[in-house]
Design a protein around this ligand. Structure first.
Ligand code: G
Ligand code: G
Ligand code: MN
Ligand code: NA
Length: 252
């Protein structure tokens, strides 16, 4: 409960940071975007990881304020990066965010500030966020797609969604969970899972991201399988905005 009390003021007290982990085009190695990952440092509590504070924020409803902050911060990053048409930031949405009305007004407000926002934001939702109320989630995803936003299924393979559900989902990208990607080089079973997932996703017209790429062998294997985008410690861990921007400038 103490943590929650502190978390309430985290955004106002400037205790939040949004790190960026590069997303890499598999064929070229070029940075084509980033996933935005929240970090919280409190004077009394020290660093608290998202695995700890996100569930608390979800249970208390505070998540909506955190997500609003993440959206605003992402837009300010996008403006400062001044990147071209195919650059995008990925934001993680909780089930509560996805189903709440607040997100609608936050997006509308930010679109007035940045009319081409839909070309630069990917919204990541987990399978479990959808399973909780599939019809409502699908309706909201359709709204986002109708506005031109890309939607990604995060942690794919760890949830409980059926293939029938996947087929109904209005999404544009599938992120294969790192549980299947990290062991790739030495696990024939995981190779089968990842290979068939890429094939299925492509047949459904989805872009495929593999997360948890930790070595060049995995990169080469995923390149051979035509995986579209990679993310992982081999390329970079999540880093502060200035470091990310420097990396981008260095590539162009
Ligand atoms: O960055 P890290 O590996 O510590 O993230 C742990 C978990 O916290 C991941 O599942 C990630 O999706 C989640 N997470 C990180 N930032 C955010 C955020 O801004 N919003 C939500 N909902 N989850 C986040
Ligand atoms: O659940 P989600 O995909 O949003 O989680 C993203 C988290 O995964 C980030 O917090 C990041 O720290 C972590 N991550 C990203 N790449 C790697 C990797 O190559 N290895 C490991 N172990 N974790 C990673
Ligand atoms: Mn994610
Ligand atoms: Na994941």
């Amino acid at each position: 409960l103490d943590i929650l009390e502190h978390l309430k003021y985290a955004a106002d007290e400037k205790e939040l940071t949004l790190l960026l982990q590069p997303k890499i085009e598999t064929q070229t190695g070029k940075t084509i975007g980033a996933e935005a990952l929240l970090r919280w440092h409190n004077e009394k509590l020290g660093f608290v990881g998202p695995d700890e504070f996100i569930p608390l924020a979800e249970q208390s409803g505070l998540i909506k304020r955190l997500t609003e902050w993440v959206f605003k911060q992402s837009v300010s990053y996008l403006k400062r990066i001044n990147a071209g048409g195919d650059f995008s930031l990925s934001i993680n949405l909780s089930a509560i965010d996805l189903l709440s009305d607040e997100i609608l007004s936050v997006i509308d407000e930010l679109e007035r500030e940045m009319p081409e926002l839909n070309k630069h934001l990917i919204l990541e939702v987990t399978e479990s966020a959808i399973v909780s109320d599939p019809d409502a989630a699908i309706e909201r995803l359709n709204w986002l797609r109708g506005k031109g936003y890309q939607v990604s299924i995060d942690d794919y393979g760890t949830g409980y969604s059926s293939l029938e559900q996947m087929r109904r989902l209005p999404v544009t990208e599938l992120k294969i969970d790192r549980a299947f990607v990290q062991p790739l080089v030495s696990s024939v079973t995981d190779q089968s899972i990842v290979r068939s997932t890429i094939q299925l996703a492509h047949e459904l017209g989805l872009k495929v991201v593999a997360e948890g790429v930790e070595d060049v062998e995995s990169w080469n294997w995923l390149k051979n399988q035509n995986c579209d985008v990679l993310q992982g410690f081999y390329f970079s861990k999540p880093i502060p905005f200035d470091d990310f921007n420097e990396r981008l400038q260095g590539e162009s």
